[in-house]
Every structure is written in C-alpha cells, then in structure tokens.
Design a protein around this ligand. Structure first.
Ligand code: MG
Length: 251
C-alpha cells in the first residue's frame, strides 16, 4: 500500500537522514588501506546511537543482517557484511550503505568510496553511477511516472556500456525501511505509478562495469557481479513535493 507523507513526517525523515549523511561523511573519511569493514561498521553504529537513533539494518531480514552498514568491496554490489578480516587494500572501491531510524521513521543512503588511489576505470564507474542517480532525480517531479525516473537512470548508465542491476530496486521509505513502491533502475518512460507530492523514495542505482548479471554468496546476503568486475552504488532518500524533489539524506 502506498503511504504519502505529510510535511511533518517528511521533516522527521529528514532528521533521520541527517544522521545517515553524517555517517557517510565521517565514515567515508575513515576509508583507507588497512582499515577493516568491521571498524567502519563500529564507527557508524556509534554515530547513529550517539544521535539517539537506531541502525535500520541491524537485525533486518532473514537471516538477520548482523551490522549497521553494508560494506561491499569491488565485485560485491550491495549487502556486504562487515568483518574484522576484510581489510581494505589500495585500489579497491567500497560501497557503504546505511540506514537510521529516529522517532518512528527511517532514512537510507549509500556512497561508493575509493580506497587510496584507484584506476580511472573505477573512478569513472563511481562518477557515472552518481550521475545516473541525478538523471533520475531530475525526473522525480509531480505528474511524471516511476518509469520516467527508471528510464533516465538506465539511459545514463547504459550510455557508458555499464550493466544496470535489475534484481534489486529502490523503494519507498517511511515508518518501514522498505515500503511501496519499488523504484527500478531500468524501465520505460511514461509507465508506472504517477508521482505525487508526499511520496518519499530511496533511489539507489547499482551499476556494474561489466555484465548486469549478479549472484548471491553463501552468507545469504552479499550480492556479487557474475563476471567479478567491480560495481558501484549511490543512494539518497528524497521527497517529492509540489516544488520539486528534496534530498532528505543531506547534512
Ligand atoms: Mg535502500
């Protein structure tokens, strides 16, 4: 069921979103060769709890996700599990995805960071993945349809011959971390749900350097590219308003 949010509810999601943005800013600055993904997770959880919020991801799903962030390195697309033995190395890229729950509402965002110096090919992948988000965001206006967002994301990524992951999508956000509607990163302009003021969505393109095909690891969570080429991820939670879309996961 679709739940449109009031301006007061959107303000609360924005409060949770500021915590998410703080985590991505501060934990992003910790990304460097030699640090473990578990250390990044511990820092993220401390920031969330010090702000009076709860990590949205911890305990989510089945099997219950054990951490506060998803930390996905190189060919891992999303949902990587933080681990003391996963130590970052020069030249890798890492996607950090985080959610915070505050006063009854969630917010959700992700960024992909370079570990030290990376190849131009990886830098291009990170940049185009973010650009595909903003191409979709420009279509997130009242009167357009979900497919207008999806098609814009896909067109931007595929113009660079990247693979756009189809098995996972963006989603509504509110009292639940994942609400209706789904927000695919591929589709056809002019199709799907008509966008209304009060819709709060997380858009999260997952863009692969090679094939769009993915597989799931034996841990039941981690999604990897089938060809083991790198993947990038970029996500914000935003509200659609009469005055245009507003990012809620910003400082
Ligand atoms: Mg999400």
């Amino acid at each position: 069921m679709l739940k449109l949010k009031t301006p007061e509810e959107i303000a609360r999601i924005r409060n949770a979103g500021r915590i998410v943005a703080t985590v991505l800013d501060q934990v992003g600055q910790m990304v460097r060769p030699g640090i473990s993904t578990l250390a990044l997770d511990a820092a993220a959880e401390a920031i969330i709890r010090q702000a009076g919020a709860t990590p949205s991801f911890k305990g989510y799903g089945d099997p219950p996700f054990p951490a506060s962030i998803c930390a996905s390195i190189d060919d891992e697309v999303v949902h990587g599990i933080p681990n003391a033995n996963r130590v970052l190395r020069e030249g890798q890229i890492i996607s950090i995805d985080v959610g915070a729950y505050l006063e009854g509402f969630h917010a959700d965002a992700a960024r992909t960071f370079p570990v030290g110096t990376i190849t131009q090919a990886k830098a291009d992948l990170i940049r185009v993945t973010e650009e595909s988000f903003w191409a979709g965001f420009a279509q997130a206006v009242v009167g357009n349809r979900i497919g207008d967002i999806s098609a814009a994301v896909q067109a931007k990524a595929e113009a660079h011959a990247y693979g756009v992951v189809q098995e996972l999508t963006g989603h509504g956000v509110g009292r639940h971390l994942h609400e209706d509607p789904d927000l695919p990163n591929f589709g056809h302009a002019g199709r799907g749900l008509r966008l209304e003021a009060g819709l709060v969505l997380a858009m999260e393109p997952m863009v692969n350097q090679g094939t769009r095909q993915v597989a799931i690891k034996e841990d039941g969570w981690t999604i990897v590219t089938k060809d083991h080429k790198p993947s990038a991820h970029y996500e914000n939670t935003f509200a659609i308003t009469a005055d245009g879309p507003i990012i809620l996961t910003a400082l």
